[in-house]
Ligand binder design. Structure first.
Ligand code: DSN
Length: 429
């Protein structure tokens, strides 16, 4: 495989084969990453990258769209079935673009968003001052409680009453607990706000019923397609039966229209041009895979693996934010170990274990240093690992963090990681 690439561009060929080697020989514990199937890879890397298809199936601005129309319809219909959604837009290039189009569908510049603080598990696009969301909107952040690591919904309701946001955002990139969407709806209704969920991390779990679905409760639901959902890198916007045809005032025209129409216009032509048709085809393949029975078994195992890894780390004396996890990720507060997130990330990387440094709630360190690491199980679960491997991985992580700077420990750990990886082969071309 990759013979043409090898001949044309040996340097990039080297990075691709190097990346395959890296994936095959290390333990991938970044909570937002996964390994797609070879079918998804083939769909993502083919001639559909050539096609311009601005517009939507049946209503394009270019000829020659008959095949890509079929692909986009398959992607939309499969996503509708998977999430029980009435409206799906598979064109957002990424999660940030999905969130931008969603905000632009219902908010005027200067409106107020109530979203989760980045340091408490939120996301850049949920109102960070260095992101368009923080520049264009008034942002009021909510967080988790210091003692429980959980959202206090009564406090959130009080805050909403005080700031009267136009939109409340439920969702996170680093929160280990279930979200209570009915409660969020109640709070949004109490102040007349739109409710949006960003389920980028938990989309797969929501699709199979292992996390409550936001679709019956939220006006707009955004997601990425490459995390637990195990598809190509990309974004998507959905709305449920109750909301897709809801009449709203389009903030760009000032006229009344259906929510689904506003979302479609904000994705294209509002914020994007030609959709990435090869990626949309790959999204369709991933949704097909997620509709099979074994995908639910996979998602169950992600959660069981996260619980096993969390248990192993707690046995080793680690403090987990909120004391554990309900989902695919955990947030380890390293303060009691006297190690920063950055040093832990670097030491683990040198030992063949990939995680990311992450702020913990009420963190005193900067985002480039942090006091914690975020760990997730979707990728290793795809590799076939189960609870016993998770227990051992928890012990390996503990050994490395107890021996920061000890190259012998890193090297012994790398050898053990290599053995693990050989037992669970990943990409063989
Ligand atoms: N950067 C992603 C994550 O790691 O969670 C979210 O966009």
């Amino acid at each position: 495989m990759f013979n043409n690439l090898k001949e044309t561009d040996p340097e990039i060929f080297g990075t691709v084969t190097g990346e395959i080697d890296r994936l095959n020989s290390t333990l991938e514990l970044i909570a937002s990453e996964n390994f797609v199937s070879k079918a998804v890879l083939e769909a993502a890397g083919n001639v559909m990258t050539n096609k311009y298809a601005e517009g939507y199936p049946g209503k394009r601005y270019y000829g020659g769209c008959e095949q890509v129309d079929i692909a986009e319809d398959l992607a939309r219909n499969r996503a509708k079935e998977l999430f029980d959604a009435a409206y799906v837009n598979v064109q957002p290039h990424a999660g940030a673009q999905a969130n931008m189009a969603a905000f632009f569908s219902v908010l005027k510049v200067g409106d107020t968003i109530l979203g989760m603080d980045l340091a408490h598990g939120g996301h850049l696009t949920h109102g960070s001052p260095v992101n368009f969301s923080g520049k264009l909107y008034q942002i009021v952040s909510y967080g988790v409680e210091k003692d429980t690591g959980r959202i206090d919904y009564d406090k959130l309701a009080d805050l909403a009453k005080k700031v009267k946001p136009q939109l409340i955002l439920a969702g996170y990139s680093a929160h280990p607990r279930e979200l209570d969407f009915p409660k969020f709806r109640e709070i949004a209704d109490s102040v007349g706000a739109f409710l949006m969920a960003d389920i980028a991390h938990i989309a797969g779990l929501c699709a199979v019923g292992l996390h409550p679905s936001p679709i019956p409760y939220c006006d707009i639901v955004t997601t990425t397609t490459h995390k637990t959902l195990r598809g190509p890198r990309g974004g998507m916007i959905m709305a449920g039966e109750k909301f897709a045809d809801k009449k709203i005032i389009d903030p760009w025209s000032g006229k009344e229209r259906k929510l689904r129409g506003a979302i479609s216009s904000r994705v294209f032509p509002g914020t994007q041009g030609g959709p990435l048709m090869h990626i949309i085809a790959a999204k369709a393949v991933a949704f097909h895979e997620a509709l099979q029975d074994d995908y639910k078994v996979y998602c169950r195992q992600i959660i069981d693996n996260a619980a096993a890894l969390a248990g192993s780390l707690m046995d080793e004396g680690f403090n987990l934010v909120s004391g554990g996890t309900d989902n695919h990720l955990m947030l380890v507060d390293l303060t009691n170990k006297g190690v920063t997130g950055k040093d832990a990330e670097d030491a683990l990387e040198d030992s063949g274990i990939t995680v990311n440094k992450n702020m913990v709630p009420f963190d005193q360190n900067s985002p480039m240093v942090t006091s914690g690491i975020r760990i997730g199980t979707p990728a290793l679960t795809t590799r076939g690992m189960k609870e016993s491997e998770m227990k051992r991985i928890g012990q390996l992580i503990s050994r490395v963090i107890a021996n920061i700077g000890n190259e012998d420990v890193y090297s012994e750990t790398r050898s053990e990681v290599k053995k693990f990886c050989d037992e669970f082969p990943l990409y063989i071309f």
